[in-house]
Design a binder for this molecule. Structure first.
Ligand code: UT7
Length: 339
């Protein structure tokens, strides 16, 4: 019997309709469209507004679209895994809420957190659940409502983030497609450079904590940038070398969308031309765990069975990594409902 591998067999996504442009931000903090465009590469981002709307609002929509596109009966989903840093609540899990609302009534569900590397880490878990032969239909939904922890009085972080979510179906295959290889790592020096100090078990939120704005993202951008540029490119290059891929063999690079300059550095390191690098940071900003699946979602109709893809991510922790996968099907399964 051929060994079982795990392959992505469909993708759904959701971004909120409301757009926050750089011009809007100019009215909120001391910044400019020119600075944000040249230093970060973002022109606009989507924001989820409205009382009672958390990550699950987007995730439910992404999963519903995925199930419709792949004609999957939700009761057949065995595992529903949600990768996020912005769950609806500390508990219960957001995965349990998504499963209930999408009819995945028989799924075993859990949340996981690996910050901006969440999708990559989630794929590693899902792929190995499949390879173990124990499960046959896994939904991985990854995304963040980053605006829920973005401080719109802090110009260092306000322009960077947006909200969005993607979802993939992962199934077994005996063909030579799917998850080929991965390198996932942690550089623990990152802790204090990208963190939300308040709201966890070290510093449960108090009035004082809120006055100190500890319920928002803190980032030392320069330090994070330095590590992100080096580590994301290094690990992407390492996986390419280890799998004996030439730059011509690479059909797509799918990088985490934190800063266009970090993406460019990774592309340059791999020697891959711009048209093979998925970039949508200008429209969506940094959606953390959502950024890689939202790229795949947008590019789906241009993908072909057998395309060689390098995925790479870097985020808080610092947890980072790269993966090599062979795409499993041709084109878009049906309308994404997005232009
Ligand atoms: O997704 C998780 C991982 N996160 C990342 O990978 C993010 C990594 N970091 C970055 O992408 C960049 O460091 C930032 C985009 C966050 C910042 O860009 P930078 O080029 O590193 O800027 P900087 O922090 O070094 O600041 C340069 C200057 C400073 O002014 P002075 O001190 O040179 O006078 C800042 O005060 O730009 C100023 N500045 C701004 N100016 C206008 C900082 N933020 C802004 C702003 N508008 N929004």
């Amino acid at each position: 019997m051929a060994p079982i591998n795990a392959v992505i067999t469909g993708i759904g996504g959701y971004v909120p309709d409301e757009v926050l442009t750089n011009k809007d931000l100019e009215r909120m903090v001391d910044t400019s469209d020119e600075w944000i465009t040249t230093r970060v590469g973002v022109k606009e981002r989507r924001i989820l507004r409205g009382e009672g709307k958390g990550l699950s609002y987007m995730a439910i929509r992404a999963v519903r679209q995925l199930l419709e596109k792949t004609k999957t009966d939700p009761s057949e989903v065995e595992v529903l895994l949600c990768a996020t840093t912005t769950p609806d609540y500390a508990f219960p899990t957001t995965a349990s809420i998504i499963a209930y609302e999408t009819g995945c009534i028989k799924a075993f569900t859990f949340d996981m957190q690996a910050a901006c590397s969440g999708f990559l880490y989630g794929l590693e878990i899902a792929a190995n659940f499949i390879r173990a032969g124990r499960y046959e239909k896994i939904v991985l939904v990854a995304g963040d409502k980053m605006t829920s922890m973005t401080d719109y009085t802090d110009r260092n972080t306000a322009p960077l983030f947006g909200d969005g979510c993607g979802a993939v179906l992962i199934e077994p295959t005996e063909e030579n497609y799917g998850w080929v290889d991965s390198i996932l790592r942690t550089e623990g020096i990152g802790r204090e450079h990208l963190i939300m100090w308040g709201g966890g078990s070290v510093l449960p939120l108090t009035h004082e904590g809120i006055d100190k704005r500890l319920n928002y993202i803190y980032q030392d951008g320069k330090v994070v940038f330095k590590y992100a540029v080096a580590y994301m490119a290094d690990v992407a290059a390492e996986i390419v070398e280890r799998n004996h891929l030439s730059k011509e063999d690479i059909d797509w690079v799918v990088p985490h969308q934190a800063n266009k300059r970090i993406i460019d550095a990774a592309g340059k390191r791999l020697g891959v031309p711009e048209e093979k690098i998925m970039v949508n940071i200008e429209k969506f900003g940094n959606t953390s765990a959502g950024s890689i699946p939202l790229c795949l979602w947008e590019w789906e109709n241009r993908l072909h069975k057998g395309d060689n893809m390098i995925l790479a991510a870097f985020g808080a922790g610092f947890v980072y990594g790269a993966a090599y996968l062979k795409w499993g099907y041709d084109g878009q399964r049906s309308d994404n409902g997005q232009s």
